[in-house]
Design a protein around this ligand. Structure first.
Ligand code: N7H
Length: 448
C-alpha cells in the first residue's frame, strides 16, 4: 500500500475546506530558507493520513510546492524528468491556447515564483492567521518574499460545491489503485499516474529517488465570465417542441458541460435535469457513452451527449474503446481546485457583463504534466478533431488563442448544426507548474 504519511494531503484527496489561500513566494536566500523550512514549515505540513482522520485534522491544513526555479534557488539540481515543469508555465502559454500572456496576472509572467503555500480552513481569517504565524517566524530569516496571493472560497448556501457557472464540481476524480475503492464509473489508475516513482509512473527509472511520492501540481487562475456565459445560453436555447425557452437554455448549458447543474450526466438524463441522479454518487458517474454491454461508443450518435462536451473531451471513456485501465496511454489528473471571487452582482447580471473578477483556482495533480493537464488542454480540449474529425472545441475550456471557437454536436435535434462561440467564457490569467514533494523529501532535500 501507499505510505500515506509521506504524501502531502492535497494530492490524492484534496484539503476539502471551504476556504483556501494560495500564497506565492520567491526565495531570496536558499540556505536560510532550508533551515526555516525545517523549523517553521515542515512541522505544519498536513499529510494524507491526517486529512483522512477527523480527529487528526488541523484547524488549518498546509501544503507546500516548488517551481523549477524554486528548486534551483534551493540548489536542488536533479532533473525531475518533466519538461513542462522544467520550462515553467510561462514558456507554455501559447501551447495551452492562451492568446499570449496579455491576460496573465503579472506575477505569473516569467519564472520568478519559486513556490506556493496552500492553506485551507473553514474561514479565511484562520488561513490568514496561520500564514501570519508562518510569515512572522520566516521574517527572522529574511529569506522569502511575498509575490502574489489568491483567496479561494466555496460558493455560499445551496451553491456550495458548485463552480461559478453553477455546475456541481468535484464529482469525477480517478481512484488510485490499492488506496481508494472506486464508485461505479470512477476511473481506476495505478498510483504512478498521480505519484512520481510509484508503479505506473512511466518515467520512474529516470527520476531521482527522493522524488518518489511527490506529484506535479498544475496551477491555473481561470477567470470565468459568468454573466456573459448566461447571456450566451439565453440567446442560444435548444428548441424542441417539448421545452420552454428557459429549459432550452439550460439544455444548451448542460450539453456544453456534459452534466446538468445538479451534476446529473446528460448521457443518462438527456433532456431535463434530474437532481436525484446528480446527488447520488453511486449513479452520477456510472456511464461510459456506450450502450450497455458495448466497449465502443457509437461514433455517429451525439443525441445523449455532444462529443465536444467538457467532461467528454477531458475523459472520453468508451470513445477510446477498451476499459480505461487497459488503454496504453492514460491521461488522468486529480482535480482539487476551488472557486475564487464574489457572487455575480445584480448590476452585472443586468448588464450581462463581468465587473469583478471571479473564476476557478484550478489545481491538478499528476506524475507527468505533458500526459496530464497539458495533454487534456492541448490535445483534447483545444483539438477540434478529437475525439473524432470535426467535433470542435471544448465549449468550456477549449482555447483558440482568443479567436472564435467552433463547437459541433451541441444541438441534439440537429446533428449538423455548428455553433460559433465568439467570446471565451474562461480567460486564462496564467499560472505555474509546481512539484509537491513527499514529507521525506521535504525533510531531507528541502530542509537543512
Ligand atoms: Fe473541468 N465547469 O464548470 O464546466 N469540469 N472545468 N477542467 N474537468 C468538470 O465531473 C470546469 C478544467 C476536467 O471524469 C465538471 O467532477 C470549469 C481544466 C476533468 O468525466 C465541471 C473550469 C481541465 C473533469 C467542470 C474547468 C479540466 C472535469 C463536472 C475552469 C483540464 C472530469 C464535475 C474554470 C485541462 C471528467 C465532475 C470526468 C469536470 C467545469 C477547468 C478537466 C462542471 C468551470 C483546465 C478531467
Amino acid at each position: 500500500g501507499l505510505n500515506l504519511t509521506n504524501i502531502q494531503g492535497d494530492v490524492l484527496i484534496g484539503m476539502k475546506k471551504n476556504k483556501e489561500l494560495f500564497f506565492f513566494f520567491g526565495i531570496t536566500d536558499g540556505a536560510k530558507f532550508k533551515s526555516s523550512l525545517k523549523s517553521v514549515i515542515l512541522p505544519r505540513v498536513t499529510t494524507t493520513t491526517q486529512l483522512l482522520d477527523v480527529s487528526k485534522q488541523p484547524n488549518t491544513a498546509l501544503n507546500i510546492a516548488f517551481s523549477q526555479t524554486g528548486l534551483k534557488a534551493l540548489n536542488i539540481t536533479d532533473n525531475l524528468g518533466d519538461s513542462a515543469f522544467s520550462q515553467g508555465q510561462f514558456a507554455n502559454a501559447a501551447n495551452l491556447g492562451d492568446p499570449g500572456t496579455t491576460n496573465w496576472v503579472k506575477q505569473f509572467i516569467g519564472t520568478s515564483i519559486h513556490g506556493v503555500l496552500l492553506l485551507a480552513s473553514d474561514t479565511l481569517d484562520k488561513c490568514e492567521s496561520e500564514l501570519t504565524a508562518i510569515k512572522n517566524q520566516l521574517a527572522k530569516c529574511n529569506c522569502v518574499k511575498e509575490l502574489y496571493r489568491l483567496e479561494g472560497a466555496a460558493r455560499p448556501g445551496s451553491e456550495q460545491g458548485h463552480e461559478h457557472f453553477g455546475f456541481l464540481d468535484g464529482i469525477s476524480n480517478p481512484a488510485v489503485e490499492g488506496f481508494q475503492t472506486p464508485l461505479p464509473g470512477q476511473a481506476v489508475v495505478p498510483p504512478g499516474e498521480i505519484l512520481v516513482g510509484e508503479s505506473g509512473d512511466s518515467l520512474q527509472a529516470s527520476r531521482p529517488s527522493w522524488a518518489k511520492d511527490g506529484s506535479f501540481l498544475a496551477f491555473r487562475q481561470l477567470k470565468q465570465l459568468v454573466p456573459e456565459f448566461n447571456k450566451f445560453l439565453a440567446d442560444n436555447p435548444i428548441r424542441t417542441g417539448k421545452l420552454t425557452r428557459q429549459q432550452g437554455s439550460d439544455l444548451m448549458g448542460a450539453r456544453m458541460v456534459g452534466r446538468w447543474k445538479s451534476g446529473a450526466p446528460v448521457f443518462l438524463s438527456p433532456l431535463v435535469d434530474d437532481p436525484n441522479l446528480g446527488a447520488d454518487p453511486h449513479r452520477n458517474n456510472n456511464f461510459t457513452y456506450a450502450k450497455p454491454g458495448q466497449t465502443f461508443s457509437d461514433p455517429a450518435d451525439q443525441t445523449k451527449c455532444a462529443f465536444a462536451a467538457h467532461i467528454r473531451k477531458t475523459r472520453p471513456r468508451a470513445d477510446l474503446g477498451l476499459p480505461e485501465n487497459q488503454q496504453s496511454s492514460n491521461h488522468h489528473i486529480v482535480r482539487g481546485g476551488i472557486p475564487y471571487g464574489p457572487e455575480v452582482s445584480a448590476a452585472e447580471a443586468k448588464a450581462n457583463k463581468t465587473q469583478t473578477e471571479r473564476g476557478l483556482a484550478f489545481v491538478a495533480y499528476q506524475s507527468n504534466i505533458l500526459a496530464g493537464f497539458q495533454f487534456l488542454q492541448r490535445f483534447w480540449a483545444d483539438n477540434i478533431d478529437f475525439v473524432q474529425g470535426n467535433v470542435g472545441f471544448d465549449p468550456i475550456i477549449g482555447a483558440n488563442a482568443g479567436s472564435p471557437r467552433i463547437v459541433n454536436g451541441l444541438d441534439p435535434t440537429n446533428a449538423t448544426r455548428s455553433v460559433t462561440i465568439e467570446t471565451d467564457f474562461i480567460v486564462s490569467r496564467g499560472g505555474e507548474y509546481f512539484f509537491s514533494p513527499s514529507l521525506t523529501a521535504l525533510a531531507t532535500k528541502f530542509a537543512a
